[in-house]
Design a protein around this ligand. Structure first.
Ligand SMILES: *Cc1c(COP(=O)(O)O)cnc(C)c1O
Length: 363
């Protein structure tokens, strides 16, 4: 197996995985720990796979200190299917939900929810192209709302909630697809957290849902059985064949994170990596971050030169140096360096070095 030609991959998702995890998976690809079969081939009802999914759940519970009254579900359909499952299951009393729209993903989620209930946008930062996170107070929410919805880290715009909105007794739902496991989170402050795995955890194919038990069991009667959280909770995520291989890799990433010192240790490195990149951008006199300082994401660092052609030239030149996928989302252009947990600090150092060379040659 050859690993020398690995590039620094700044993709927003699917994204970089720890090389150690890839090597471990490769070593066990044809015969998982000597059992004679690959995880890609084995029955999801086998004792080997049962241990894989149970260990993955136990390790995630430990990493995030998930309280016992929460279920952990390994689902399919990506973050996008949660845009539908959340309203189908959680609009259980008044049929009302309040959404904070801080980017394209939250906007899509709100639009989907509108099919199923009375959805109000309580705050939006679209007026300034989603470059900040609006401040929202408890009084802003309807007292009888069934839930409040936020996208905690906005992958496309590079923003992150600097606070957990106070919703009182109203369950708070958070899309943490691009920031889960990058910071300690008090899970008890949320009714439901979900994350597509392909940003900060694993390959695409598995979506993690962490849901408070008292919110399960209220799906609208017409809800397809597969979109009812109760179906998956009652069957330990094995109602049907789960995405076995993606769950296996997620489990390996959890083991790796535990070995690295858990979430606090990852957070410390994430703060250092993002800190030096933003400091360089702000001091460069060439690159600019469009994002309000206190709302900046640790995971997705968005920047521009102010000249779209120069941005394109930058992305192409960086690729030549093995720094790939630095283009911004196709909807906004510019640059974006996604520096998830798996991006080594050395990758960020190399990026900054390259940015400085490029600045000198082009300013
Ligand atoms: C990528 C992303 C999504 C969509 O995820 P899919 O798995 O492609 O459906 C949703 N929310 C956020 C915050 C994302 O970054």
């Amino acid at each position: 197996m050859k690993y020398e030609n690995r590039v620094y991959n700044f993709s927003a998702g699917p994204s970089i995985l720890p090389l150690e995890v890839i090597k471990e998976a490769a070593d066990n690809l044809a015969s998982y720990h000597g059992c004679g079969q690959s995880v890609m081939e084995m029955s999801h009802r086998s004792s080997e796979f049962k241990k894989i999914i149970e260990d993955a759940e136990a390790d995630l519970r430990e990493l995030m200190s998930i309280p016992d009254n929460y279920k952990v579900l390994f689902l399919q359909g990506g973050g996008t299917l949660q845009f539908s499952m959340v309203p189908l299951n959680l609009l259980r009393k008044s049929g009302k939900a309040d959404y904070i729209v801080t980017g394209s993903w939250a906007k899509k989620a709100a639009k989907e929810a509108q099919k199923f209930g009375d959805i109000r946008i309580v705050a939006s930062s679209e007026d300034e192209t989603f470059t900040y996170i609006p401040e929202v107070k408890r009084e802003d929410f309807r007292a009888d709302a069934d839930y409040v919805y936020v996208c905690y880290n906005n992958t496309i715009y590079g923003t992150h909630f600097p606070y957990i909105p106070d919703t009182g007794d109203i369950p708070l739902v958070a899309d943490m697809s691009s920031c889960i496991l990058s910071e300690e989170i008090d899970v008890s402050k949320f009714g439901l957290i979900f994350a597509g795995a392909q940003k900060n955890i694993a390959p695409a194919g598995v979506t993690i849902v962490i849901i408070r038990e008292d919110l399960i069991g209220f799906a609208k009667p017409e809800t397809p059985v597969y979109l009812d959280y109760k179906t998956h909770a009652d069957n330990d995520s094995m109602y049907n064949t789960p995405p076995c291989f993606a769950i296996h890799i997620a489990g390996e990433v959890f083991k790796y994170l535990k070995k690295m010192g858990g979430v606090p240790a990852m957070h410390e490195v994430d703060v250092r990596k993002a800190g030096k990149l933003y400091a360089y951008i702000d001091g460069s006199g060439f690159y600019k971050s469009p994002v309000r300082e206190k709302d900046r994401s640790l995971m997705n660092v968005v920047f521009v030169t102010g000249d779209a052609d120069m941005d394109k030239k930058f992305v192409a030149a960086a690729k030549e140096q093995g720094l790939v996928n630095l283009n911004g989302h196709r909807s906004i252009g510019g640059m974006r360096a996604s520096i998830y947990n798996a991006m080594p600090e050395e990758g960020v150092d190399k990026l900054i070095e390259f940015m400085e060379e490029f600045r000198k040659a082009n300013q």
